[in-house]
Design a protein around this ligand. Structure first.
Ligand SMILES: Nc1ncnc2c1ncn2[C@@H]1O[C@H](COP(=O)(O)OP(=O)(O)OP(=O)(O)O)[C@@H](O)[C@H]1O
Ligand SMILES: [Mg+2]
Length: 600
């Protein structure tokens, strides 16, 4: 419960709404409570008239009118409070969702390596829906009921302390019993949610990669596993629900017993002349009003449990540790004293592993200085750590030990956003978004003109295919650019990096999907751009890297050699070996080249 209160407190701007809803609840309850009194008075009046002890029919009719007015006022107040309840729920939803999204945007890459997109989304939906649904129902129904209940207790106390005592005893007992049941209920609920999360995560992966599913004909298998999770959830619900309803029977049985006592007292007191018939009618109505909330208590408790579980999930994500040094609200370019001399990038005794506290190391003992304006290429086996190495420059992951610095500043210390603005990157997979070519190319940049787009597209050798598309730069490319060919996506991704116009450029297999001719064209476009920029190239064609300033070869996660292409061609190391193998038609040689992902 505390977590729900914390959530309400977090949405401070909603306090006027909370207050309005509380006032509305009090007013609604007040009108609801008037009715039994009017009916009681009417009953006494009817008895008087029937027994010929006076009493006026007109007075009786006025009481009927009063009932109408009270009912109308009650309807109006219920709906006005309902309106504010809806407002509160929808605004709370907006606030919570934005907070959740803000948090997700600040979490480190590592978090996303371990979570499925669909799972994150299904968790977000469930936690926020359960919290807002609860608060909405709470304000629109539960709250007025509680106020009514308290008033009923006070009024009945006026007539009979015994009745109040019985009523007072039943509620805490009922809530206590329910809470006890709830603990076991929660365990089942968590297991069910795990099933929903896993199947939801898989669901969105499958939908996102439908081509693979179709080509491997795994539709049946995917559906079976999805249904399997839902079947398990149904089975769990059977146990959960059976338990809940059995307990509810007992609870209600206890309640019925207490109400038996209450009615017995009321009937006895009236028969012995201590209450008038009107008072009896009043008390029966009031106690019935008090009974109603108990009947719906299971529903409330059920809603509350979901909300508590939801808010716990919400806070679990909120408690995750943010990416260091990367507040979302930082100034666009915090002032950093970039040292404008060599080396531009420095690796100093860097070890790195993806596991917690490193785990198995992917990179070991990396010492490397990259000079200003230099073109440097990385060669190593597939899975050898090339992409990892460049990830460290962007601080997508922190080095396990040692330090990486850019322009003389340790990446661990500079504001992350500022650091990342210094680096233009073409990822190994093109990583585009749905939307138009224009939106993709200008991603993260402001004031990009058509002229800028054309220049960048030309340099990336993308203008040819863009010009042929029916809507040019405004063509929609589908989710992750699914409507484009692999090479087109890559060229778009190169153009996007070019528009970023950053002093350090990372090309991770930026041209791997292109044929030799297109690659040359992109290369030519990049030549000019690489002028004055520091460029890190990971490429799968030796011809692409034959013109770089230096080549770094990686072996077993360590730097093996560093030198100019001409130097390394003669040392007998990895590069020389690959050069020698190139052009060979022997199967073994080809296999060796393949391990290095080298295309001829
Ligand atoms: N996010 C990750 N979490 C855990 N391990 C990872 C992650 N990314 C990569 N690895 C592992 O780190 C090692 C190095 O991967 P990396 O992507 O750096 O290789 P690479 O040299 O770029 O290979 P390729 O030429 O195939 O692109 C691999 O063994 C890989 O399995
Ligand atoms: Mg790679």
């Amino acid at each position: 419960m505390r977590s729900i209160v914390t959530i309400m407190a977090a949405a401070k701007e909603l306090w006027p709404l909370y207050l309005t809803i509380i006032l509305g609840a009090v007013a609604t309850s007040a009108t609801a409570l008037l009715t039994p009194f009017v009916i009681a008075r009417a009953t006494d009046l009817v008895v008087e008239i029937a027994e010929g002890r006076g009493g006026s029919l007109t007075g009786l009719m006025w009481l009927a009118v009063a009932l109408l007015v009270i009912a109308l006022a009650n309807s109006a107040l219920t709906n006005v409070s309902g309106y504010f309840g809806d407002q509160m729920a929808v605004r709370l939803r907006a606030i919570l969702s934005a907070n959740y999204y803000r948090k997700l945007l600040r979490l480190p890459q590592r978090y996303y390596d371990n979570e499925l997109t669909g799972t994150i989304i299904s968790r977000l939906n469930r936690s926020i829906t359960s919290i807002t649904d609860f608060l909405q129902t709470f304000s629109n129904g539960f709250f007025p009921t509680v106020v009514t209940l308290l008033a009923v207790l006070v009024i009945t106390a006026f007539y009979s302390p015994w009745l109040t005592l019985l009523l007072i005893v039943i509620y805490p007992t009922f809530v206590w019993l329910t809470a006890k049941t709830s603990r076991r209920w929660q365990v089942w609920e968590k297991q069910k949610n795990d099933h929903y999360d896993i199947s939801g995560g898989r669901f969105s992966e499958v939908i996102g990669q439908m081509r693979v599913v179709k080509s491997f004909v795994t539709e049946r298998g995917e559906l079976d596993s999805f249904q399997g999770h839902y079947r398990d959830a149904v089975d769990l619900t059977k146990q959960q629900s059976r338990f809940w309803h059995t307990m509810d029977m007992w609870r209600r049985g206890a309640l019925d017993l207490v109400f038996f006592g209450i009615y017995a007292i009321i009937f006895f007191q009236t028969a012995t002349g201590q209450y008038t018939v009107g008072t009896m009618v009043l008390l029966i109505q009031l106690t019935t009003m008090a009974r109603m909330p108990v009947t719906s208590m299971s529903y409330w408790v059920d809603m509350t449990q979901r909300a508590v579980a939801g808010s716990q999930e919400y806070f679990k994500v909120m408690a995750e540790v943010d990416e260091p040094n990367n507040p979302l609200e930082s100034a666009p370019s915090a002032v950093v004293q970039w040292r404008d001399d060599d080396p531009v990038v420095r690796f100093d005794g860097v070890d790195f592993g993806y596991g917690d506290d490193g785990g198995e190391l992917v990179l070991r003992d990396i010492d490397l200085d990259i000079r200003r304006g230099e073109r440097i290429a990385f060669v190593g086996e597939s899975g050898g750590g090339k992409t990892t190495l460049v990830n460290l420059i962007m601080k997508l992951y922190p080095a396990t030990s040692g330090s990486v610095s850019v322009y003389g500043q340790s990446v661990a210390e500079v504001p992350t956003a500022t650091l990342r603005r210094q680096v233009g990157v073409v990822f190994q997979d093109a990583s585009l978004f749905s939307g138009t070519i224009r939106e993709n190319m200008a991603y993260g940049q402001e004031g990009v003109t058509d002229e800028d787009l054309t220049v960048a597209a030309r340099r990336a050798n993308a203008m040819g295919f863009i010009a042929h598309l029916p809507n040019g730069f405004d063509t929609e490319i589908g989710e992750r650019g699914i409507k484009l060919s692999g090479g087109q996506k890559q060229r778009l991704s190169v153009a996007r990096a070019l528009l970023k116009d950053a002093p350090i450029l990372i090309l991770d297999e930026a041209t791997s999907s292109l044929d030799t001719k297109s690659e040359r064209a992109v290369q030519a476009g990049l030549e000019e751009l690489m002028e004055g920029r520091t460029t890190l190239i990971i490429a799968h064609r030796l011809s692409t890297i034959s013109t770089v300033d230096r080549i770094v070869t990686l072996r077993d996660g360590r730097i093996d050699e560093i030198g100019t292409p001409a130097e390394l061609a003669t040392t007998g190391g990895i590069y020389a070996e690959l050069l020698a193998l190139q052009g060979s038609t022997r199967k073994a040689d080809k296999a060796r080249l393949l391990r290095y992902d080298i295309t001829q």
